[in-house]
Design a protein around this ligand. Structure first.
Ligand SMILES: Nc1ncnc2c1ncn2[C@@H]1O[C@H](COP(=O)(O)OP(=O)(O)OP(=O)(O)O)[C@@H](O)[C@H]1O
Ligand SMILES: O=P(O)(O)OC[C@H]1O[C@H](OP(=O)(O)OP(=O)(O)O)[C@H](O)[C@@H]1O
Ligand SMILES: [Mg+2]
Length: 282
């Protein structure tokens, strides 16, 4: 059985379970369930605190896990990212009261509050800045108001939490994060079960980001049309009963679909349809 760590709480938990469900795996029905065996797919899911997942995976007790890139790096665990998953996207940044800091050099001698001590301490050391780091479990934005620190380093997504606390980001972003699949460094690279799991998740990612596009066009416009819809490998071209016309089928990124349909129409293509992809193996 493949043993997989899944976040049990927070921003990663819901989207991770939704993606696994979309990939055909059973998922827990109750948020209190800690372990779920999916015998049909020969997989066992362990619902763990997101922060602990890299530690379990690096110990080798679990084969792979889903966590945040920032949590992986912060843990310092001997684990590596093998597939980015595109959700729980965030940026990790310094913030302070407006006008109190412009760049990392202003941190010398100050105290930075964060839940990500590992990332911050390393970033300060790499930048040659001597500052204190104080660890807080969450709601770090409040640490400045309460005088525990002059600066915070935290996850920023929309920036609403910072704005509400009267804080502003400063300096260069420390890192960009998203949910990722991780494994113990170098482990299981050729394990067919791991490969199959990754193919299933890749299938979900493709199904989420592409649509299938079908259209008819005149044979003389085919090269122009195909340039607009090159597909992943190459489009499928079928003859139409009506001579001089062909039918084309190709995958198109969802975000480009409307523009591509306009461009195809403009070169004379007709009966342009898009359909959702539910699952795929590339
Ligand atoms: N508002 C957010 N938007 C996008 N990603 C986020 C957000 N907050 C946290 N994350 C990401 O989620 C992961 C953090 O997991 P964590 O369990 O701390 O989530 P959380 O939503 O902060 O939950 P908690 O309620 O336990 O604080 C990190 O990878 C982080 O980058
Ligand atoms: O830029 P925003 O869209 O506001 O999102 C970022 C906020 O979301 C997370 O907080 P969370 O709600 O997880 O609380 P926490 O600080 O206790 O972890 C993070 O720690 C930031 O505070
Ligand atoms: Mg949080």
């Amino acid at each position: 059985m493949l043993r997989i760590a899944v976040p049990n709480k927070g921003s990663l938990s819901g989207p991770a379970s939704a993606m696994l469900h979309e990939a055909g795996y059973q998922q827990r029905k109750e948020s209190k369930e800690l372990v779920l065996v999916d015998p049909e797919n020969e997989v066992e899911f362990f619902y763990l605190r997101p922060r602990d997942i890299a530690i379990y995976v690096s110990s080798g007790k679990l084969d792979i896990g889903i966590t945040g890139r920032d949590l992986l790096i912060d843990s310092g665990a001997n684990a590596e990212e093998i597939l980015p998953l595109g959700f729980a996207r965030s940026t990790f940044r310094f913030a302070a009261k407006p006008g109190t800091a412009q760049g990392i050099d202003d941190l010398a001698g100050r105290t930075v509050a964060t839940s990500y001590e590992g990332i911050v301490a390393k970033h300060l050391a790499d930048s040659g800045i001597d500052a204190s780091v104080i660890h807080l479990d969450g709601a770090v934005e409040t640490a400045i108001e309460l005088g525990v620190a002059q600066v915070i380093a935290d996850v920023v997504e929309t920036g609403t939490s910072l704005r509400n606390a009267g804080l502003e980001v400063f300096g260069e972003p420390i890192m960009k994060s998203e949910a990722v699949v991780i494994r113990r460094t170098g482990a299981g690279a050729d394990d067919p079960k791991v490969q199959q799991f990754l193919r299933r998740l890749q299938g979900v990612l493709v199904a989420r980001t592409y649509v299938m596009m079908d259209y008819d066009c005149r044979a003389e416009h085919l090269e122009q049309a195909v340039a607009l819809t090159p597909g992943l490998e190459s489009p499928t071209i079928s003859p139409l009963h009506n001579e001089g016309w062909v039918a084309v089928r190709s995958m198109v990124p969802t975000k480009d679909a409307q523009r591509v349909m306009d461009d195809l129409y403009a070169i004379g293509a007709r009966a342009i349809l898009t359909t959702a992809i539910h699952a795929c193996r590339l």
